[in-house]
Design a protein around this ligand. Structure first.
Ligand code: SF4
Length: 454
């Protein structure tokens, strides 16, 4: 039975060691060794961020450690992060602050974070060091990768979107960093790539974000968090920030696969992804890279009115013609439409006298069948769908979805704090760093408490 507390907290001197107060199974103690090793490797890159003149800046290592605490425990507000680090002994210990050390106030923290630190590539370097540590620890096989994207709501009001031609950027006296970055990117990009449509709605406060209703969410401005994971232990081997548009997300996968090869010498034998990645162009690119596409083919050609679909027509690749259910032929002129499609046409004479016309092309004089210029790659992907390997890959794809689910539920990461693509990039790299660190701690050290923290 507990007696009544009698101490009055007035003792002036204590025998106290912060090191002893952090339990062995605490998440921060478990990841501390990996963070220390990664930061030691980055010493030269961090050197320019130590101020030698003028007002002293925040130690970059302290800033990174505080950010790791924030992203590990879902402390999204910088003000709250500074308060929590000041109050929480384990956070202090991880940040290498003693009991009496000053914690940066939130305004200095924000100023430093959004200043030179944001212009650097330091979080990318840290992410790469962490992946290298995962590879060295045997957590990455490099055989099968999975890719997916998740929408993160931008820090932009969904009620204040405007048509691009309604915004006169030149009238903004002091454009924010997000606006400056957007305008610079527009200048560099020039003409729109074929197959791309200009955005209909733009956020004046974060114009690089995309107006989206993806993932059955309410319409909002958002960024795409793109993860490329190794299927063995779900280690995130690359991460990319894009506007929340499928086109950009698919394009970023090529960047991530090539960069993973350059950075770590890893090239997967197979890639698994959902049907958003099943375009002929992307599938052909994968096959050209000798990567087996375990990807559901995206097929928008199937009619919804019960008429014959393309699958009811037989293609002969030697003669390059389709044969219809009535045994008539459909030919193409070889002209490419919409940048990626051939059209095969039946003869009007054949169709007008055909008994199957109502089931084939009731509203047109003759039947037209579209064929992707990369249909051969789509056929390869289709041929893999019923194999055991494809089924295993589909199962493994859930691991990348779980990464996003954990990020949202355990790390409370659903809305961006920073604006602009560079802000999204910083936030997504921190998320990936923290998730990889947790996996390392979990796989390389064992503790029931750690399993709960997962
Ligand atoms: S309508 Fe034309 S394309 Fe369709 S089945 Fe008849 S002949 Fe063939």
């Amino acid at each position: 039975m507990m007696g009544r507390q009698t101490s009055d907290q007035a003792q002036l001197f204590y025998e106290f060691c912060l090191e002893d107060r952090v339990p062995d199974n605490h998440l921060l103690r478990r990841i501390n060794g990996f963070v220390a090793a990664a930061l030691a490797d980055l010493h030269d890159e961090l050197a320019p961020f130590y101020s030698h003149t003028g007002r002293p800046s925040i130690d970059p290592e302290l800033m990174i450690r505080m950010l790791v605490v924030g992203y590990s425990y879902g402390i999204r507000s910088e003000r709250r992060l500074c308060e929590e680090v000041a109050l929480n002994l384990a956070y202090r210990w991880f940040c290498r602050l003693d009991l009496e050390d000053e914690v940066p106030d939130h305004s200095s923290f924000s100023k430093n974070r959004h200043g030179r630190f944001r212009d650097s590539d330091i979080l990318r370097h840290l992410f790469e060091r962490v992946v290298e540590a995962c590879i060295a620890a045997g957590l990455v096989k490099g055989e099968g990768f999975a890719v997916d994207a998740s929408v993160m709501e931008a820090d932009a009001s969904r009620y204040h979107g405007q048509a691009p031609d309604e915004i006169d950027w030149s009238k903004i006296e002091k454009p924010s960093r997000a606006v400056q970055e957007y305008l610079e990117a527009l200048d560099e990009a020039g003409e729109l790539e074929p197959g791309r449509k200009p955005p209909k709605v733009v956020s004046p406060s974060d114009p690089a974000s995309a107006w989206t209703a993806k993932a059955n969410k309410r319409v909002q401005f958002g960024y795409g968090l793109n993860y490329l994971i190794d299927n063995d232990h779900a280690i995130i081997v690359d991460v990319e920030a894009t506007p929340a548009r499928t086109y950009d997300e698919v394009a970023s996968t090529k960047v991530m696969i090539e960069r993973t090869n350059e950075c770590f010498g890893l090239k997967p034998d197979r890639l698994t992804a959902d049907s958003a990645y099943g375009t002929g162009k992307f599938l052909a690119w994968l096959i050209g890279k000798d990567i087996t596409p375990h990807v559901t083919v995206r097929d928008l050609s199937a009619p919804k009115d019960g008429t014959f679909s393309r699958a009811d027509f037989t293609y002969d690749k030697d003669t390059d013609i389709y044969t219809c259910p009535s045994g008539k032929t459909l030919k193409t002129t070889g002209r490419i439409h919409a940048d990626n499609t051939y059209r095969y046409l039946a003869s009007t004479l054949d169709c007008s006298t055909c008994p199957l016309k109502q089931k084939c092309c009731p509203n047109m004089p003759s039947r037209r069948v579209p064929r992707d210029v990369n249909e051969a790659a789509r056929d390869v992907a289709r041929s893999l769908v019923d194999t055991p390997e494809f089924e295993r890959s589909s199962h493994e794809r859930k691991k990348v979805e779980m990464r996003f689910a954990h990020l949202k539920t355990h790390h409370r990461f659903e809305r961006m704090r920073l604006r602009g693509l560079s802000g999204a990039r910083d936030e997504f790299h921190l998320a990936a760093i923290v998730q990889n660190l947790k996996t390392m701690a979990m796989r390389l050290t064992s503790s029931p408490a750690m399993m709960q923290a997962r």
